[in-house]
Design a protein around this ligand. Structure first.
Ligand SMILES: *Cc1c(COP(=O)(O)O)cnc(C)c1O
Length: 414
């Protein structure tokens, strides 16, 4: 057995998971029961209770005036979208495929906004026809939207996505500041907005998204202050009140060792302060945040079964039936520079003492397919279940499930 001090740290398991008969429990049932119910492994299990609790925490911390939008791309599993329908105020989609999904969930298109570069004409047409708000990403896209609306005899509902001159500091993915494929450069926004309004579009205001996966409350507070100031300034320059401002999101979740959860109460307190001192042009503006992983990421667990246990040159491998084709991010191949361990556990010996150091790998023929490196875990054997946490966002739909032909994982909302 490898000495335990050789173990590499694992990411923090999200608070609130329980143990039942020594096993990890999700939604009141043991992990192995869910695997049995699904009839196969690997599977993603998403917890309704955890989705509800997360939104409730947000509602308690944020000023009531600020709406919460769900960014569907984080987890487009149909039952998850349907469950979010009653929880959040709006939905942000990034393709007409996602529009089909929100429609299928019975979500009123008036609650949906459509961002994302490279919208095709047929996507613009579908959105305009449904009455979805277009968050226009460029002048060209705005012009195409107006032309399509005119041809259809229907005024498009249009907002402009702004590429601001600042960014969300410390964010995992920078989506503002400098040259970007996203949004209209801030200095070009007033002219384009006036043109859009003059052409008879239904003016829906601005969308300012500054980044993603930030754990620093300070950085988020600073970005939100900048967003409100920029929106007020642009509103003045446009010469027209903003009916709506989508303030972006960027709230992160802890995935890796030493990551600390976002201080939501600090962000909420700063927003309360802002609401009390809103710049005049924003006094009647409808405000919202758009969140993806913060809403759903910690609600999901990926369960994969150990198929083989082998030792190579003194290193123990747990070879599972899962891998990067379902959980690309946990393998370290989805936007990370240095690979670090996600939170993982042996689901069916969840409270057993750590007495082994193993590499947990997937079943794909590539050395990239790692789920945990030198993980300190309870001894596991063939048939045991490995749990990978923080699997509720950018898992199933953000991984190359066709790669190597093993097929997709099962998904369930419980
Ligand atoms: C991806 C995306 C989101 C969601 O990001 P998270 O990090 O999951 O919160 C929100 N808004 C826009 C415009 C996005 O592109």
């Amino acid at each position: 057995m490898t000495s335990l001090d050789k173990a590499k740290a694992l990411g923090p398991i999200p608070a609130g998971f329980e143990t039942l008969d020594g096993e990890l429990a999700i939604g009141g049932k043991r992990a192995s029961e869910w695997a049995q119910q699904a009839g196969k492994t690997p599977l993603f299990v998403y917890s309704k209770d955890r989705l509800d609790a997360r939104v409730a925490e947000l509602r308690a911390a944020l000023p009531p005036r600020i709406g919460i939008n769900y960014a569907v791309k984080a987890n487009p599993y149909a039952p998850v979208i349907a469950h979010m329908e009653a929880l959040v105020d709006g939905f942000d989609i990034a393709s007409s495929g996602e529009l089909t999904m929100t429609n299928a969930a019975g979500i009123d298109p008036a609650r949906v906004s459509f961002a994302g570069p490279g919208k095709r004409d047929n996507e613009l047409e579908a959105a305009i026809s449904a009455g979805v708000t277009l968050n226009c990403e460029s002048e060209g896209e705005a012009h195409r939207s107006l032309a399509i609306g005119e041809k259809m005899g229907k005024a498009p509902r249009m907002a402009l996505r702004v590429n601001p001159d600042f960014e969300l500091k410390g964010s995992g993915m920078k989506m503002g500041g400098g040259a970007k494929q996203f949004g209209v450069d801030a200095d070009k926004v007033p002219d384009l907005a006036r043109e859009v309004i003059g052409a008879g579009a239904e003016w829906r205001g601005l969308h300012i998204f500054t980044g993603s996966q930030a754990l620093s409350a300070e950085a988020i507070i600073e970005a939100q202050g900048n967003v409100l100031n920029l929106a007020a300034k642009l509103s003045d320059e446009i010469g027209e009140k903003l009916p709506k401002l989508n303030m972006g999101g960027g709230f992160g979740i802890p995935y890796f060792p030493n990551d600390e959860a976002l201080d939501l109460s600090a962000v909420g307190a700063a927003l309360h302060e802002h609401m009390a001192n809103l710049p005049a042009p924003l006094e009647n503006t409808e405000l919202c945040l758009e969140l993806g992983r913060y809403l759903v990421g910690e609600a999901g667990v990926y369960l994969t079964r150990v198929i083989d246990r082998k030792v190579s040159h003194g290193t123990t491998y747990l070879v599972t039936d899962g891998g990067l084709h379902h959980q690309l991010a946990a393998s370290g191949n989805f936007g990370t520079v240095v690979r670090r361990n996600y939170p993982v556990a042996i689901a069916n010996s969840y409270d057993a003492p750590v007495d082994d150091v193993v590499n947990v790998v997937g079943c794909l023929c590539t050395p990239l397919d790692r789920l945990a490196d030198k993980a300190g875990l309870p001894r596991a054997d063939v048939g045991d279940l490995v749990a990978v946490f923080c699997a509720g966002a950018y898992g199933a739909s953000a991984s190359p499930s066709a790669f190597l032909g093993h097929g997709p994982a099962a998904e369930m909302l419980v």
